[in-house]
Design a protein around this ligand. Structure first.
Ligand SMILES: *[C@@H]1O[C@H](CO)[C@@H](O)[C@H](O)[C@H]1NC(C)=O
Ligand SMILES: *[C@@H]1O[C@H](CO)[C@@H](O)[C@H](O)[C@H]1NC(C)=O
Ligand SMILES: *[C@@H]1O[C@H](CO)[C@@H](O)[C@H](O)[C@H]1NC(C)=O
Ligand SMILES: *[C@@H]1O[C@H](CO)[C@@H](O)[C@H](O)[C@H]1NC(C)=O
Ligand SMILES: *[C@@H]1O[C@H](CO)[C@@H](O)[C@H](O)[C@H]1NC(C)=O
Ligand SMILES: *[C@@H]1O[C@H](CO)[C@@H](O)[C@H](O)[C@H]1NC(C)=O
Ligand SMILES: CC(=O)N[C@H]1CO[C@H](CO)[C@@H](O)[C@@H]1O
Length: 630
């Protein structure tokens, strides 16, 4: 009898305050276990916390506390909790902020009610997954406010936002767990990082979310962080996990002739890798066959293809594990990503003296004006090779190197080496190749005549190929998020290469031109942000103009409004061509470009700059169009 009691006691002890983890997309229309956290007793309520990230729209602590309806009396506590000196201090986008809340059990679910006034035309998805960063699912928000119209929410109406939270069910049996902090994942995040941030063990963390020890998690889903004392976020954890040891060596080189031989990227394919390829190709044949059969009926539907990648329907889960930068993994590849692990990648290591010499002590005349002020670019010559040197903070270099270690593509500027500053406070530098025709924007402005139609379509194709590679061919997949005509370089043969791959996009947040609206407002990052930016680059390529709304001109996007929604009655077909001609770069002589191709590119660009990310084509679709032109 006593044994039985002990057994039950042990069982209770084990199942402390656990909740299911819901891995489905924040905006998906279904609820599953963990979409809301279940409570057992309506008397159960507690003080707890949730994590919110500062973004372009909610930049300061007072903005954020306003969003969560917190009385100003509490703001002192919030300041202290977050180690912020003033409520109006501008926080870096992505900075995690702890918000104290009171969580209570209403009906069968834990929630904290926040009221939100609809500011403009928006949707439940945008509110739940954008403004509230996935702290609740959009379906929950819709259920809670059923009396509202389905589609368009009335501007100015007040919504009750039931934000997810949870309380330890019974403090005396919950092994000292005092708080369950609601934490929404973002891209590049994961349980390991989370356990380090809060200084708890990975096992405890996973146990609280009823998951095994190495779970795959997804952006905009929540985790509960079980804490035994007041929360404290350690911001000294690097943003991405350090690369596997031995995977990314840098070679220290002396300036001797012999070492110049070594001064190259090393790519060593292993024999094992080759065998794997053979096996994988065999397996691939079978897989593709099966896939084709399955895909058959849905291939004709354009929209279906954009919204869902094949795998998202073959597996009940989702196609965006959080191991990388973008939501979608390159799972429609049949080759295992492990295939490349045998391939070595290494970088040169430069000394600060070497770079100082090359740039004339970082003089102004070697500086190329960057498009944001924190990171300077220099053009320099090292060993008679012209290079692009980018100044950045030490902690930002890791991510760039990490991304470049996974990629190698002719349409992406390659990274030659790195130079680390002497101490934590001095700048570090990355050394890239420098294509001799320089930046695309400058070419368009200064020598538009050398960019004839053939070259322009080739450039468009090159950019699309580079982006397609990032979106589909590497693992984990990667969204650039910082594409514009200044981040594209042209080689002596007028082929294009993408620059700035791997840079923290938050650093570039200052420039707002050519940036997709959902990213500007909600910081919602996906490859669709790149598609928008690609559309803007296409418009610049066609018109030669720079997208700059500042000088009173129409933005490029507005100036192709004449292309209309397809059923334009006011402009005849002829009128449309007329307007297209006047939109085109005057340096392109009229008889030197096929008007039909120009129209095709303009229509493609227009689709890319749609406000709704779901209406934009994918890089796959874009490449199919461009491939017929070059
Ligand atoms: C609620 O109670 C049931 C049994 O009555 C238990 O299995 C479940 O774990 C409890 N839920 C929570 C969140 O503690
Ligand atoms: C954020 O706060 C600033 C001033 O502190 C204010 O101008 C701005 O409108 C606020 N933004 C939102 C979204 O409330
Ligand atoms: C609080 O912020 C200051 C700088 O603003 C920093 O020096 C200090 O270490 C921080 N304290 C904690 C506990 O993080
Ligand atoms: C939150 O809202 C729900 C329904 O809108 C309500 O039943 C519940 O009592 C509210 N909770 C609190 C603490 O106000
Ligand atoms: C709301 O959606 C339901 C089905 O989802 C539909 O039957 C109903 O007509 C819609 N109501 C409005 C006002 O759009
Ligand atoms: C909490 O646990 C204690 C045993 O430590 C038990 O006596 C009590 O009934 C439990 N309370 C609830 C609400 O389950
Ligand atoms: C079900 C529910 O609580 N619906 C609420 C949604 O928001 C409106 C305010 O516009 C409330 O009136 C409803 O009660």
């Amino acid at each position: 009898m006593i044994y039985l009691f002990l057994l039950i006691w042990a069982f209770i002890n084990l199942s402390y305050a656990q909740q299911y983890y819901d891995s489905s997309e924040c905006s998906s229309d279904t609820s599953s276990p963990g979409s809301r956290y279940i409570c057992n007793s309506s008397h159960n309520s507690c003080h707890t916390f949730l994590v919110y990230r500062a973004n372009r729209y909610f930049q300061t602590l007072s903005n954020i506390t306003d969003l969560f309806d917190m009385s100003s009396a509490k703001s002192g506590e919030v300041l202290h909790l977050n180690n912020v000196t003033s409520p109006s201090e501008i926080l870096k986008p992505g900075r995690e902020v702890l918000i104290p809340i009171i969580c209570s059990c209403s009906g069968q679910f834990f929630q904290t009610n926040v009221s939100y006034v609809v500011p403009g035309s928006t949707t439940y998805k945008k509110i739940a997954c954008g403004v509230f960063e996935g702290l609740l699912k959009s379906v929950t928000l819709a259920e809670e406010n059923q009396s509202q119209e389905n589609g368009s929410l009335q501007v100015g109406s007040k919504l009750n936002v039931p934000v997810k939270c949870a309380c330890p069910e019974n403090v005396s049996t919950s092994r000292g767990v005092k708080y369950l902090v609601t934490y929404p994942f973002v891209e590049g995040d994961g349980p390991v990082l989370l356990s380090q941030k809060f200084g708890i063990s990975l096992e405890d963390l996973c146990e609280a979310n009823l998951l095994e020890s190495k779970p795959t998690v997804y952006p905009k889903t929540t985790f509960l962080v079980p804490l035994k004392s007041d929360p404290f976020i350690n911001f000294n954890i690097p943003d991405s996990p350090p690369p596997a040891p031995g995977f990314l060596p840098t070679i220290t080189i002396e300036n001797t002739n012999k070492s110049k031989l070594i001064r190259k990227l090393y790519i060593v394919g292993s024999v094992v890798g080759f065998c794997l390829v053979l096996v994988a190709i065999l397996a691939c044949g079978l897989y593709v066959k099966a896939l084709k059969k399955w895909k058959g009926e849905r291939l004709h539907s354009f929209n279906a293809r954009i919204i869902s990648t094949p795998i998202s329907s073959t597996s009940p889960a989702r196609s965006s594990p959080l191991s990388g930068q973008t939501g979608r993994s390159s799972t429609n590849s049949c080759l295992s990503p492990d295939l490349l692990i045998g391939i070595k990648y290494s970088l040169n290591s430069y000394s600060v003296e070497e770079l100082k010499k090359a740039t004339n002590n970082f003089s102004e005349d070697t500086k190329i004006i960057g498009d944001h002020d924190q990171e300077d670019y220099y053009k320099a010559k090292i060993d008679n090779v012209v290079v692009l040197i980018k100044q950045m903070r030490f902690e930002d270099t890791r991510h760039v190197i990490d991304v470049h270690s996974r990629i190698n593509h002719i349409n992406i500027l390659s990274l030659h080496g790195v130079c680390y500053g002497e101490n934590d406070f001095s700048w570090s530098y990355l050394v890239f190749e420098f294509p001799s025709n320089g930046c695309f924007r400058d070419c368009l402005s200064n020598q538009p005549n050398s960019l004839d139609w053939k070259r322009r379509t080739q450039i468009a194709f090159d950019i699309a190929t580079g982006l397609h590679y990032l979106h589909y061919c590497i693992f984990p997949t990667y969204a650039h998020l910082n594409i514009n005509s200044r981040q594209i370089y042209l080689t002596s043969k007028w082929r294009a290469k993408l620059a700035n791959v791997g840079t923290n996009p938050a650093a570039a947040a200052g420039s707002s031109k050519g940036v997709a609206p959902e990213y500007l407002i909600h910081g919602s990052a996906s490859e669709k942000v790149d598609i928008f930016a690609f559309g803007v680059v296409l418009l610049e390529l066609l018109s030669g103009r720079e997208d700059d709304v500042m000088d009173g001109e129409l933005s490029l996007k507005e100036s192709i409004g004449f292309l209309g929604g397809g059923s334009s009655t006011t402009t005849s077909e002829g009128g449309c061509f007329e307007q297209l001609r006047s939109f085109m770069d005057p340096s392109l002589k009229e008889d030197h470009y096929p008007l039909a191709e120009a129209l095709c590119l303009a229509v493609l660009a227009k689709a890319c700059v749609e406000d709704d990310p779901l209406h934009r084509p994918s890089m796959d679709d874009i490449l199919k169009v461009l491939a017929r032109m070059v």
